[in-house]
Design a protein around this ligand. Structure first.
Ligand SMILES: [Zn+2]
Length: 117
């Protein structure tokens, strides 16, 4: 895998800043839905379970967005230090193609696959 060119870093930097904005907007807009289900509310048993289920999903989504937002911050500071684009595990270049799809990716394809197994 080739190291990133300065132009590519510039492109990915812009993508990270946009992603950070998008994630923040998402996190801002989902705060409400994570509020505790009011179990005293006169709703049927099924719809109450639906509400709890939805709340669980909203929480999981939110946690995923928060993790991603953290990875974006890490990636942005790596750009500042000139260390962006290298796998945190094997230290090989992650590659522009993968980073275009996921600019906050901390690992290369190989290490990501190993982590998931
Ligand atoms: Zn790696």
């Amino acid at each position: 895998m080739d190291e990133l060119s300065p132009e590519e870093v510039k492109t990915l930097h812009a993508a990270l800043l946009q992603l950070q904005k998008d994630l923040q907007a998402l996190l801002d807009s989902t705060t409400e839905s994570v509020q505790t289900v009011d179990l005293d509310q006169p709703i049927g048993r099924l719809s109450r379970m639906d509400a709890i289920q939805q709340q669980k999903m909203a929480k999981a989504n939110r946690a995923a967005h928060q993790l991603r937002a953290k990875q974006v911050v890490v990636a942005l500071s790596a750009i500042e230090k000139g260390e962006y684009g290298f796998c945190k595990l094997c230290e090989e270049p992650i590659g522009f193609k993968r980073l275009s799809a996921k600019p906050e990716a901390p690992f290369c394809v190989n290490c990501q696959a190993k982590k998931e197994n």
